[in-house]
Design a protein around this ligand. Structure first.
Ligand SMILES: C[S@@+](CC[C@H](N)C(=O)[O-])C[C@H]1O[C@@H](n2cnc3c(N)ncnc32)[C@H](O)[C@@H]1O
Length: 277
């Protein structure tokens, strides 16, 4: 099989809305090259070992398994993170939260103290820590398996300024922060999207929250004032139809300067507010 023939098999991935990219990523990994190589050398033959591996991975993708789980890693911000079925695969939309946090902290003179609640792979915490080497970053997670994954990612990213904690939202978190960031579970348990696409392979504990998806967002907002310095910010990723509710939660908790930002699909995907004390 040539590279061009392997690439053409993307037509068979009828249930994937990213079939071409999926096949490119699988092939690039197998060949140990970047995706541009595939189009520079379309006539190159795969070795029998490479073809066997491609057939195996292709079948797994055909059965719906996320490409990130097949490869075992996913790019987020400037980092290549190990991923596993223990937690969410980091999404490009979450980079919006990282970008916003960096903008809000840009003028700070002292080293910022940041907390990422429900860190999963460590995506938000490690992206911020790598951009802000003077920052002290705490990252919490309820799942011990996800926490171990975040620790491996912390080590490979070389982020000595990140401390990982096992805990249930604010339980066991001491001290105050300049920025609270979280991408918590926010999907309602009856959401039909839970039975299609990559989310079928991700744990419910990373996706679903009680109270129509709002329970964890409520807990985080409720605990934030006691953990923020005056002038500190809370930034929350949420569902694309939850922005108005999250803005109300922030207002009721006494936050000011409340705002929402849109994701790459044009939906209000994250909201934030400032705690004036
Ligand atoms: C939507 S995932 C986000 C993961 C990561 N922050 C990201 O953006 O890719 C939510 C994470 O919160 C964790 N989580 C769920 N309930 C929690 C709780 N009560 N306390 C702390 N973390 C929790 C899940 O295990 C999961 O890793």
């Amino acid at each position: 099989m040539t590279i061009a023939e392997a690439l053409r098999r993307a037509q068979e991935l009828i249930h994937s809305d990213s079939a071409k990219l999926d096949v490119e990523l699988l092939l690039a990994e197998i060949l140990g090259r970047d995706r541009s190589y595939l189009y520079t050398w379309p006539d190159r033959q795969l070795t029998p070992e490479q073809q066997n591996l491609f057939d195996n991975w292709f079948r797994r993708r055909e059965a719906g398994e996320p490409v990130a789980h097949i490869l075992g890693h996913r790019g987020f911000w400037t980092l290549e993170l190990e991923v596993s079925p223990a937690t969410l695969i980091p999404r490009p939309d979450t980079e919006l939260l990282v970008e916003t946090a960096l903008e809000l902290l840009a003028d700070m003179q002292e080293p910022p103290r940041i907390i990422d609640l429900g860190t999963g792979t460590g995506a938000i915490a490690l992206a911020l820590a790598s951009e802000l080497p003077r920052a002290q970053v705490v990252a919490t997670e309820l799942s011990a398996e996800a926490l171990a994954l975040a620790e491996r990612n912390r080590l490979s990213a070389g982020c000595g300024n990140v401390t990982l904690l096992c805990g249930d939202w604010w339980n066991g978190v001491g001290g105050r922060f300049h920025l609270v960031a979280s991408n918590p579970p926010y999907i309602s348990e009856d959401d039909p999207h839970l039975s299609s696409g990559d989310v079928r392979f991700e744990p419910r504990s990373a996706l679903v929250a009680e109270d129509a998806g709002l329970a964890d967002l409520r807990s985080i907002v409720a605990g934030a004032p006691a953990h923020l310095f005056p002038g500190g910010w809370v930034l929350l990723e949420h569902g694309w139809r939850q922005a108005e509710t999250v803005r109300s939660l922030l207002a009721e908790a006494g936050f000011a300067d409340i705002f929402s930002r849109r994701d790459y699909g044009g939906h209000e995907r994250m909201s934030g507010g400032r705690w004036h004390g």
